[in-house]
Design a protein around this ligand. Structure first.
Ligand code: NAD
Ligand code: TYD
Length: 341
């Protein structure tokens, strides 16, 4: 069936990957993207999508009720998938306020619009960080959907608040929500403030690679396309009111990940520099994906070694993309694209 879907935050890392995933998987769908184009939103990510007649881009803020209502009135969405967020833990420690606005208030504006317009499906893209962290000496422990929410950073607290709001709308108003909580993603279009792309960019520029603390914190890495596949399966076949954990049992210490980057780029480990730890730094994340595997048949297709090779190759082939970000030049792209329209 032909559907119209709203992808919020589609100019960011995972959102842009999801735009391409959807246009390819559902060539008959109309895909509308709303994005505020914050520092993390890059219209260059959507350059190929812009050429597709089934794609529409709208520059807008999900906390702006009028703007969101206008869009819902115009488009009659069958599904809304909310990626729009402030997403970087370090920035949330510097300035929590904007995280509360976009991640919590923005989610409430979208949920209200879904209620008003009777949208058949609302999906909240959340994170495993809402579960807090696991001890390093208990490799037998994993996050399940029943693990209590127990957050550490203003980022994870804002995401947990948004999740709770979604589930409250389901219980109170019957809003047809689903929530996914995914582990750390990596792959193309990953903004170079996050661990993997930052280390790739620094290594290619022969700059020091800043590892927080002792480098032994553990993250559970998933190739971004596998996350997109999981979200698509949940939106199409998931049960409303449910939370689904997404992850592929790919736990690595940070120092291991950094050494992998250096090995793939044939750069020396002497570039590694240990720096002051992040305040409140979560020790270990690890997802138990049994529910999404059993209920929806989801499984990850890209292993870590293969995914890292693809990712490093992408950053080598798209050097201009991340160099323009690092220099700030990418923010002029919107002006160039839209100034005369
Ligand atoms: P990102 O920072 O790369 O992209 C966020 C996008 O949202 C940007 O394009 C930005 O311009 C847009 N945006 C921000 N505020 C907005 C607003 N008020 N209105 C409209 N657009 C706005 O983030 P990402 O890494 O792609 O993450 C996307 C979603 O996935 C987030 O909700 C994040 O919490 C979640 N998530 C991320 C990861 C990960 O590893 N990156 C893992 C699990 C879940
Ligand atoms: P990040 O990519 O910010 O994701 P998150 O904090 O949401 O998991 O960081 C991943 C891990 O890498 C985290 O343990 C912090 C660490 N890290 C560094 O050691 N150095 C860095 O420069 C960055 C950005 C992260």
């Amino acid at each position: 069936m032909k559907k119209t879907v709203l992808i919020t935050g589609g100019a960011g890392f995972i959102g842009s990957n999801y735009v391409y995933y959807t246009l390819e998987k559902h060539p008959d769908y109309r895909v509308v993207c709303i994005d505020k184009l914050t520092y993390a939103g890059n219209l260059e990510n959507l350059e190929q999508a812009m050429k597709n007649d089934n794609f529409r881009f709208v520059k807008g803020d999900i906390t702006d009720r009028e703007c969101v209502d206008r869009l819902f009135a115009e488009e009659k969405f069958d599904a809304v998938i909310n990626f729009a967020a402030e997403s970087h833990v370090d920035r949330s420690i510097e300035n929590p306020q904007v995280f509360l606005m976009t991640n919590v208030v923005g989610t409430s504006v979208l949920l209200d619009a879904c209620r008003r317009y009777g949208t058949a499906r609302y999906h909240q893209v959340s994170t495993d960080e809402v579960y807090g962290d696991l001890p390093l000496d208990r490799p037998d422990l994993f996050f399940t959907e029943d693990t209590p929410v127990h957050t550490s950073s203003p980022y994870s607290a804002s995401k947990a608040s948004a999740d709770l709001l979604c589930l409250a709308y389901y219980r109170t108003f019957g809003t047809p929500v689903t929530v996914s909580r995914c582990s750390n993603n990596y792959g193309p279009y990953h903004f170079p403030e996050k661990l993997i792309p930052l280390m790739i960019a620094n290594a290619l520029n022969d700059k020091p690679l800043p590892v927080y603390g002792n480098g032994l914190n553990v993250r559970d890495w998933l190739y971004v396309k596998d996350h997109c596949k999981a979200i698509d399966m949940i939106v199409e076949h998931g049960k409303i009111g449910e939370v689904y954990n997404v992850g592929g049992h790919n736990e690595r210490t940070n120092i291991d990940v950094v050494k992998t980057v250096l090995r793939l780029l044939e750069k020396p480990e002497s570039l590694i520099t240990y720096v002051t730890d992040r305040p409140g730094h979560d020790r270990r994340y690890a997802i138990d994906p049994t529910k999404i595997k059993n209920e929806l048949g989801w499984y990850p297709e890209t292993g870590f070694d293969d995914g890292m090779k693809k990712t490093v190759a992408w950053y080598l082939e798209n050097r201009g993309w991340w160099e323009r970000i690092i220099s700030g030049q990418y923010q002029e792209y919107y002006e160039r694209m839209y100034a005369n329209r």
